[in-house]
Design a protein. Structure first.
Length: 217
């Protein structure tokens, strides 16, 4: 079933769009099945869960962190992840920079945009994003590669479109700024119920869990 889901999604997705299999709460066996079916990138929300999966699956996948990263988990996180999609403060970026310095690594990061300006959600507000990107761009061991957003959740994903548009416009504006050391190439938006609309609005990374693995229990 996981196999069929992955094949169907990969067939539908335009070729230049990267699929991140959002793996929170899934077993290593389930993730492994997704990899066998053609998934290349696994998204993890929790460092502890990622450690277990990484130990067993290692470099069969690329690993993206897509959850809320606490500074006390950064040391472990930088050992596992290829990309941290959810950087939303200078403080977090500085900790990543420091820990990467210790292990001689440059971390690719996306800046998480709180496109719905929801107070309970993480992410930087759109109007504060350029300043944050400029600040983080000065760090030696962190490389900004694009933007990520969750956006508010709606039963009807059409309602999520304006938040994808806000994020895409910001992405385009940042490209025109040509900030030294910043590669504005990835735009990560859209989940199971909204990824088609996100792709219409310019996403080139989509993060899909339920549609691959089934409903979470
Ligand atoms: C869980 C999660 C997803 C995937 O959600 P589904 O609705 O299961 O596809 C995508 N992005 C993030 C940040 C998530 O936490």
């Amino acid at each position: 079933m996981i196999r069929d889901n992955v094949k169907r999604i990969l067939e539908e997705l335009p070729e230049d769009i990267q699929l991140v299999a959002a793996a929170k709460t899934r077993t290593v066996e389930e993730i492994s099945e997704a990899l066998d079916a053609g998934v290349r990138i696994v998204g993890e929300n929790y460092v502890q869960e990622a450690q277990d999966a990484f130990q067993k699956l290692g470099h069969r996948a690329q690993w993206h962190f897509i959850g809320h990263l606490q500074t006390n988990k950064v040391k472990k996180a930088v050992e596992i992840f290829d990309v941290i999609e959810t950087v939303d403060s200078l403080k977090l970026a500085m900790e990543i920079d420091k820990r990467c310095g210790h292990i001689n690594k440059t971390m690719s990061v996306l800046i998480e945009i709180n496109s719905g300006k929801e107070t309970q959600k993480s992410g930087v507000f759109p109007e504060d994003a350029v300043r944050l990107v400029r600040e983080i761009s000065l760090l030696k061991n962190v490389r900004i590669k694009g933007l990520m957003t969750m956006g508010p959740f709606f039963g009807n994903p059409e309602n999520a479109r304006p938040y994808f548009v806000v994020t895409r416009r910001l992405f385009e504006k940042m490209r025109t700024l040509h900030i030294p050391g910043v590669d504005m190439i990835f735009l990560s938006m859209g989940m199971t119920n909204s990824y088609k609309i996100a792709v219409e609005e310019g996403a080139n990374i989509v993060r899909i869990g339920t549609n691959i693995f089934g409903e979470r229990v």
